[in-house]
Design a protein around this ligand. Sequence first.
Ligand code: NAD
Length: 381
Amino acid sequence: MGVTRKLRMGMVGGGPGAFIGPVHKMAAELDGKIELVAGAFSQSAERSRVAGEGFGIDVNRAYAGYLEMLESERKRADAIDFVVIATPNHLHLPVAVESLAAGFAVMSDKPATATYDEVLKLEAAVAKAGLPYGLTHTYAGYSLVREARAICASDELGSIRKIAVEYLQGWLSKPLETTGQKQAGWRSDPALNGPGGCIGDIGTHAFHLVEYVTGLRVTGLNATLRSVVPGRKLDDDCSAFLKLNNGASGVLMASQVAAGEGNGLRLRVYCEKGSIDWKQEDPNRLRVKWLDRPEEIRHAAAGYLSGDARAVTRLPGGHPEGYIEAFAVLYREFAEVLTARSRGEAGALPATLPGIVAGVRGMRFIDRAIKSSRAERWVEF
Ligand code: NAD
């Protein structure tokens, strides 16, 4: 029969003032299948306790560090079922490796690790542990991204010829990292972030969306990375040409100095008979543009959508779903994997849920983009 109670989650990161940790809690708990019960929320024991109180968990399970959390939770009859990683990037590898070694499944935020070498170690650790490892490329959870994916997998538009993806933000247009701002601080420090700045932070989301939606694989790229803001140690603006394995070409733009932009992620896929166009800031509409007939706008939750798109909608049409709900789709799929395993089933990740394969490709993308930019030439993927 397997687990019938809520799955228990332990979080690393997500302390007071953190961005994505609280989002993980909201998303994980949305469908009533998971609850946050423990965490090592901060590198400070006191701040971890404050966060635990804020999240409403038993403060005895708000630990001073993630090793203490793993050690203590292992001994409990009501131990956590999995660990979620919502820390700066340099901790993704050690927390994931230790969690897997302690017997816990892992849901990690992206990028999978700080460096390409690290992700190869993580890949080996995931294989050795034989436990589920999910990666929260949030945009994969949107219903209309699943619709775009279903369109590309069908022959509706014919073969793919050209891809344009852009992820434009403006929040690092000034040297925010010199002001003590938490999120900008570690993201601008190579030791905490890894060598890819904007390319790692949001370029990886854009890259993932391209491969996730089209089903194609990038085989080569020619990238230019720049640090536009004086004194910034990592790239904040990136442009790349892509070669795809079906002969199509792509253009990827990622910038955090695109003044005035919020979270401007947009994907366009041009095919023989028409194209698709999806924007994260207008996520409930997917434009399908035809060569020989008027443009179509597909609405989230509509009955005419593909089964994959309808499977991840919670509300009737006209009631907007957004970022939290998309995030929650990934958690729901992860919970289903853990529940299947508790019934003795194999419990592999579904193809719709990003995992270690996407993690390795994302880190390779960062690595190749940096190499290409330094050498000022095309590099093979
Ligand atoms: P943040 O700085 O807001 O939060 C990081 C948290 O980790 C802080 O609370 C910090 O105290 C805590 N932390 C640091 N060291 C720790 C340690 N040793 N033990 C326990 N906690 C520790 O950063 P953020 O913006 O929330 O980003 C966190 C991660 O999430 C990054 O890897 C980032 O790339 C990723 N992220 C993903 C998305 C997405 O859309 N999926 C969005 C934002 C951030």
